[in-house]
Design a protein around this ligand. Structure first.
Ligand SMILES: *Cc1c(COP(=O)(O)O)cnc(C)c1O
Length: 396
């Protein structure tokens, strides 16, 4: 019996990828070994975050960086840091922000459930532009003048969600923000690979950038990166780290935290509930180094073979199963199975597979188009075989 069965929970076959709901990315054996070693030794967490800052700077080109409890925590802490700077009084008041600059301007079409993480800091979101393409009402996307027109006394910064398709381009939004001396906070949580994005997003001049640690970096599911200007990353670190030390003994790592100009130390901040353990920090840094060196690229061949196994299993059916390769050659391929009866089958098959033994979770992003998606990153030879057979049963 395994750890999950002992608790009465049945392990699943995850064909849905590195999604949070199903437990995130597969960690490499070296990452797990590093976490185990970290668990058996002790270090001051702020010194470890200082070391993290050095490595994150090296691989992103940012002035400083830290490990957060996921990209979403990076958004809360990033928004907090932008609103407080190194003002201890403002830090202490969060999430109360009445009377100070607390507005983040963002494109309406970039809004998602993750914005809650920005609002959790006490920030208010001010929407600009429309979502005319989705609403079927027009062809235009958000335009720079719309950001510019929304800037006012209460504006703290601009919040931007980066994807390949984001409009206006990040560089133009950063240039607009600079004209008004405003910082830009960027959510790039899922935009790796390509590995080059680690540097590219920071190189636009964006002030703070978050990436998930538990997606393609394949670190612990509960980790992320917040990187950017040292002053802001330092203010974020001060609001996440445990602050229970004597001011006269406290020695923050200089690469990460500049001692607040005002005398005194902040108390536990808005991010104290988002703490990251030494094992998680070491796990993320180990995984990050492997990701940056391209050590996961050789796994793509295995992923392709799992998808081919499933494709071959489905050959006797008349469904159309296509392997879709990524254009950057770094992201894993996926398999799309187009069903014949688009209205009914996809949801029913998905549900039957979830309720089978072992439970199988397919990618569910295209069910309403009658397409089942197989993401291979959490599969192996055995689970790919089982998945192929179960799919064949469901379709025969
Ligand atoms: C995954 C994701 C997040 C959240 O990242 P976590 O590391 O799970 O906290 C935020 N924004 C976007 C766009 C994401 O895809």
């Amino acid at each position: 019996m395994g750890v999950f069965q002992n608790l009465g929970v049945e392990p699943i076959i995850n064909a849905s990828g590195t999604v949070t709901r199903l437990g995130g990315a597969p960690m490499h054996a070296s990452t797990l070994a590093a976490m185990r070693e970290a668990a058996e030794n002790w270090v001051p967490i702020e010194q470890l975050q200082g070391a993290a800052s050095n490595l994150i700077s090296e691989v992103t080109g940012a002035e400083a960086g830290m490990v957060t409890s996921g990209a979403a925590a990076g958004l809360t802490l990033g928004a907090a840091a932008i609103m407080t700077g190194d003002d201890l009084g403002l830090m202490e008041r969060l999430p109360q922000t009445d009377g100070s600059a607390n507005e983040f301007i963002m494109a309406r079409e970039q809004r998602s459930g993750y914005d809650h993480a920005v609002r959790a800091s006490g920030a208010k979101i001010v929407e600009v532009g429309f979502n005319e393409i989705v609403s079927g009402a027009g062809v235009r996307r958000t335009e720079i003048w719309e950001y510019e027109a929304a800037i006012g006394e209460r504006t703290a910064g601009i919040f931007y969600v980066f994807t390949n398709d984001s409009v206006p381009p990040l560089e133009e939004v950063v240039a607009c923000a600079k004209r008004h001396q405003l910082p830009v906070l960027v959510d790039a949580a899922g935009e790796l690979p390509p590995r080059s994005n680690l540097r590219w997003v920071v190189s636009t001049g964006a002030d703070l950038v978050t990436f998930s640690g538990g997606k393609a970096i394949r670190g612990p599911q509960s980790t992320g990166i917040l990187c950017g200007r040292q002053k802001l990353v330092g203010a974020a670190a001060l609001q996440m780290l445990d602050m229970d030390d004597h001011p006269e003994l406290w020695q923050p790592p200089e690469e990460l935290i500049q001692r607040p100009a005002a005398s005194g130390l902040p108390r536990h901040g808005i991010g104290r509930g988002m703490k990251v353990s030494k094992e998680e920090i070491v796990g993320l840094l180990t995984a990050l180094e492997m990701f940056v060196k391209g050590e996961y690229v050789s796994d793509l061949e295995h992923y392709r073979s799992y998808l081919q196994t499933i494709q071959e299993a489905l050959a006797p059916t008349s469904t159309n199963a296509t392997i879709i390769e990524s254009s950057d050659g770094e992201r894993w391929p996926i398999l799309e199975v187009q069903l014949k009866d688009p209205q009914h089958d996809a949801f029913a098959i998905c549900q039957n597979l979830r309720q089978g033994k072992p439970p199988i979770y397919l990618g569910h992003g295209k069910l309403s188009c009658g397409i089942l998606v197989v993401n291979p990153v959490c599969l192996n030879t055995e689970s790919a075989n089982i998945l192929g057979q179960r799919l064949l049963e469901e379709m025969s």
